[in-house]
Write a protein that binds this ligand. Structure first.
Ligand code: GLN
Length: 470
């Protein structure tokens, strides 16, 4: 399948059926179990849904995602199906309701084929923090797929579903998309309802799609976007048509500081500049601008997200959901032992850091200050969007790294997010598209747009991907 439109054409021509397509995906999923992308496969349900959708297609009643096969990250609720945020602490837990995003996919006749491995509670950049083991990069099994939505990226890259849902707090869709050579989108904060998304850092979290091409990602985002009575932070702004349109001359900026960053791989820098030259030849304005705040992004992101996480994750106390320690004898030991045994080490590190930055006496020095930096970042970027339509950067400083390479040094791992977290800090939409390869390993380009400007972001990222990244 080249894209959803051509799949729908094939269904129309009777050259395939949804059932046949689902069976093909199920076969590939079982042939690729070593990748460890799926935590659960809903084979029987997917087949039954496929049969029903084939019937709907015959009757001319099928929705916009008719027969599109979708995997969902293990932090997105699907009623009566397990959801664990890839954590032991939610052992055995089943969703009581479906996320609004999932409801909207189902309402358009998508087929949910299974749930996908990720870093525990979406904390990580390599998928090495899952209680269910590493997900392997399909392009080189010794390398990470990126994280935290590693399973979602791999499922699409390895052709185990058409598209998938991941979630973003600081790059968890774009970075694995970059490492796996596919497209990944982080929408404007508030574009997609967070109802039914396990909370990590509520003022950052958004659900976003992975796809092989921009138009499929755009269609899926269009379907899942929009206001929601269950999430007051979901915007009531109407959702425009996101199908990529024809291209006019636009103004792009990129940050000099990003390209001069010493962590950036020279071949990624080279390819980025080649793409920029091509865009200029096509008549677009592309300017290098100063962004002296680059070094403040990671600390600000990690202070604020750990603070929010320490509060959000307090609900996992051994009383209400999932895992309870077998050695607990009273209330206090239930809390302590269940949380000590149920959470992995990265989650514990973040809970402790978040509790510290919120503690009396330190609150203003860390949390309060980070909030002020967040405002400054927003104001600075707002200023840039007066003169520019979009901002470009590499998605990641390097290609996928080997397992274990960054695990000893959390700071090194956190620096993976250097180019992605700005969009999360200030709530703007961003996409990663495949930009090139180094020694056979892909890397992405990031296109950021102003709030709610997804339509332009899709139009221009499709143009850059198809016309400039060769
Ligand atoms: N890598 C980032 C982190 O560990 C991003 C996480 C995310 O976007 N969910 O926080």
């Amino acid at each position: 399948m080249a894209n959803i439109a051509s799949y729908h054409q094939a269904l129309k021509d009777n050259s395939t059926t949804v059932r046949k397509t689902v069976d093909e995906f199920l076969t590939r999923i079982s042939q690729n179990q070593h990748l460890n992308a799926f935590l659960a496969v809903y084979a029987d349900e997917a087949k039954a849904a496929a049969n029903a959708i084939d019937q709907k297609l015959l009757n001319g009643e099928a929705g916009r995602l008719a027969g599109v096969v979708i995997g969902i990250k293990d932090n997105i609720c699907y009623a009566d199906h397990g959801v664990q945020g890839s954590s032991k602490i939610l052992d055995g837990f089943e969703s009581l309701y479906s996320a609004t995003a999932v409801e909207r996919l189902l309402a358009e006749d998508a087929v949910i084929i299974g749930r996908l491995n990720c870093d525990e509670f979406a904390m990580g950049s390599s998928n090495e923090n899952s209680a269910f083991g590493n997900v392997l990069n399909p392009l080189d099994n010794e390398r990470v797929p990126g994280g935290s939505s590693g399973g979602s990226a791999v499922a699409v890259a390895a052709n185990l579903c058409h598209v998938s849902l991941g979630s973003e707090t600081g790059g968890s869709v774009r970075q694995p998309a970059s490492f796996c050579g596919i497209v990944g989108v982080k929408p404007t904060y508030g574009r997609v309802s967070r109802h039914g998304l396990l909370a990590f850092a509520s003022s950052f979290d958004q659900i976003g799609p992975f796809a092989k091409n921009v138009e499929d990602a755009a269609l899926v985002l269009e379907v899942i976007s929009g206001s929601d009575d269950f999430d007051s932070t979901a915007s009531s702004k109407p959702v425009p048509n996101y199908t990529p349109k024809s291209v006019a001359k636009k103004r792009f900026a990129y940050f000099k500081d990003c390209l001069e960053n010493e962590a950036l791989d020279p071949s990624i820098k080279q390819q980025f500049l080649t793409v920029v030259e091509k865009m200029k030849t096509d008549g677009h304005q592309v300017d290098a601008v100063d962004f002296p705040m680059l070094d403040h992004l990671i600390p600000t992101y990690y202070v604020l997200t750990t603070a929010e996480a320490s509060s959000n994750l307090s609900r996992y106390d051994g009383m209400r959901y999932g895992y309870r320690s077998a050695s607990a004898t009273d209330l206090e030991s239930t809390y302590k032992l269940s949380r000590s045994e149920g959470f992995g080490s990265e989650v514990k590190r973040r809970i402790m850091l978040g509790t510290f930055v919120l503690s009396a006496g330190y609150y203003d020095a860390y949390y309060g200050k980070a909030q002020r930096v967040r405002r400054l970042l927003k104001d600075t970027t707002d200023g840039l969007f007066i003169n520019y339509d979009m901002i470009l950067s590499p998605t990641t400083p390097d290609v996928a790294f080997k397992f274990g390479e960054n695990t000893e040094d959390p700071i090194k791992m956190y620096l993976e997010d250097i180019y992605t977290v700005l969009a999360n800090l200030i709530g703007i939409p961003a996409i990663s598209i495949p930009m090139g390869k180094k020694d056979g390993l892909p890397f992405g380009m990031q296109v950021m747009a102003n709030q709610f400007q997804e339509a332009d972001m899709f139009t221009y990222s499709k143009y850059i991907m198809d016309d400039c990244c060769q």
